[in-house]
Design a protein around this ligand. Structure first.
Ligand code: 5AD
Ligand code: SF4
Length: 458
């Protein structure tokens, strides 16, 4: 695996000199998943290295970057509508540079659409070439030329990009990029390219420095972290991070059931307290026939065997999942299979989505005969079932004392602070003073399907 350092990238110094003494500002808008949030932190880092400072609102910025998502049609429509709104800013200030990054910027038909219909957009940049941002800004500023970076991905892992993190106590650490699985519904392998892993030494050093700087929660990121493969396995990597000194917890996402190893489960048992007792394990569907059509390459029986092992190793583990409702060809019987699996596993939380055909994927060419009414009905039934299960799960926390990491002040609703349990459950609680960024004990006093409520123990 080739790993090269691409930073500082040529454009950075150029832009720095161009905007020197002008107090120029940047604004980054992030849509989509944690991977995009992590990329946005790199975009902010690069913008600051170029000499821009953070703007409160897009109107105040002369560099605007929209980091887009392409996972479902809805996400794309949202991105296009947001970008459309920025046209007025460009009209008011012609020298504003507006760029589009993220997964939508890696879809040829979308880039074509932007090229033709969004003349105020200065550049699009596919996610695997993020380090080229400064040179695109330089091109826009110096030549007023538009750039469209697409299809350049050569499997390079860029190290050394500056990062402006949004939190002092929680941090994302990307460990691998891309996906090789080609689940038949999914656009990710097309927009994020093939799997490539960062070297463990670079990851370990990043984690060590984060912990030293006071970070209390590290989330390891990758489209499929369990297929991390550099000079060691994911289980070895997470164990090495867990062995670092300091009071912090490690989370990771996302995992493909086919790659969850016994070694990883053993590491979770061994490093309890360090590796958070939670697991996001996307099921997608509870019917073996649909799983096959989805190209998921596991059966429901295999999936259940992982759940059993996880629960044996970490008894109070918090399990969450992703479900796609109304995949092409899903019958009522298939759907009942999904409900029945949900009942068996009893997830703490489910992220459920109605199937959205993505251009270029295999499932987009499958015949979709399910009516809108039926799709919505299935979704409503799934949500109703999960609501019951989540409430039951959360009620079991009543009167328990949980060690939580305080995240922020609560802006609305009950309690004056918000934090998360080690298992990742959101807790709204009251405290006499701000202890943001610290682990504290909270007594749980109330539970709803989506939240826990409590009081800080002084
Ligand atoms: N339609 C609906 N949901 C999708 N997901 C991925 N692709 C699609 C699609 N085309 C869901 C999967 C995945 C999550 C991130 O998004 O459940 O796990
Ligand atoms: Fe998409 Fe499947 Fe890869 Fe997840 S594992 S990103 S669902 S192709």
């Amino acid at each position: 695996m080739e790993t090269r350092t691409f930073y500082p990238e040529t454009g950075t110094e150029l832009v720095r000199r161009l905007i020197e003494g002008r107090e120029e500002k940047y604004y980054v808008l992030t849509l989509g998943c944690q991977q995009n949030e992590a990329d946005s932190e790199r975009i902010r880092g690069m913008a600051e290295a170029m000499g821009y400072s953070a703007a409160e609102a897009p109107e105040d910025a002369s560099l605007i970057v929209v980091n887009t998502c392409a996972i479902r049609r809805h996400a794309e429509l949202k991105a296009l509508s947001i970008v459309g709104r920025f046209k007025a800013i460009k009209t008011a200030r012609a020298e504003t540079v507006i760029g589009i990054c993220g997964c939508m910027a890696a879809e040829p038909h979308m880039v074509e659409h932007i090229k033709k219909n969004f003349h105020f957009v200065s550049f699009t940049l596919e996610p695997n070439r993020l380090f080229r941002l400064p040179s695109l800004v330089a091109t826009a500023l110096l030549e007023g030329r538009r750039s469209f970076v697409l299809g350049e991905d050569d499997g390079t892992v860029a190290e050394g990009l500056p990062i402006r993190r949004t939190s002092d106590h929680r941090a994302y650490v990307s460990i691998m990029y891309g996906c090789n699985n080609f689940c038949s519904y999914c656009i990710v392998p097309y927009v994020r390219g093939r799997e490539r892993s960062r070297e463990s030494a670079a990851i370990l050093e990043e984690c060590r420095a984060l912990v030293e700087s006071g970070v209390k929660e590290i989330t390891l990121l990758g489209q499929n972290v369990n297929s991390y493969r550099a000079d060691m396995s994911f289980a070895s990597l997470i164990s090495a991070i867990a062995a670092l000194e300091g009071d912090f917890i490690i989370r990771f996402m996302t995992s493909h059931p086919k790659d969850v190893s016994d070694e990883l489960i053993e590491a979770m048992r061994k490093y309890r307290g360090k590796i958070a007792p939670c697991f996001h394990l996307p099921l997608q569907a509870g019917s073996d026939r649909i799983l096959k059509d989805m190209n998921r390459t596991y059966t429901t029986a295999h999936y259940l065997s992982i759940v059993e092992k996880l629960r044996a190793a970490v008894p109070d583990i918090v399990l969450t999942t992703d479900i796609i409702v109304a995949f092409p060809g899903e019958t009522e019987e298939d759907f009942l299979g999904t409900l029945s699996l949900i009942e068996r596993v009893e997830y703490d939380m489910i992220f459920s989505f109605i199937f959205s055909p993505r251009e270029g994927t295999r499932a987009a060419r499958m015949e979709d005969l399910i009516t809108e009414e039926e799709k919505n009905d299935r979704m409503a039934r799934l949500l109703a079932l999960q609501r019951e299960i989540a409430l039951k799960k959360n009620l079991s926390y009543l009167d328990r004392t949980e060690r939580i990491l305080v995240d922020s002040e609560a802006r609305e609703g009950e309690g004056n602070y918000i934090g998360r349990t080690a298992g990742g459950k959101l807790v709204r609680f009251t405290d006499r003073e701000s202890r943001i960024g610290q682990f504290i004990n909270v007594k749980i006093t109330k539970a709803t399907p989506f939240d826990l409520f409590g009081e800080a123990i002084q």
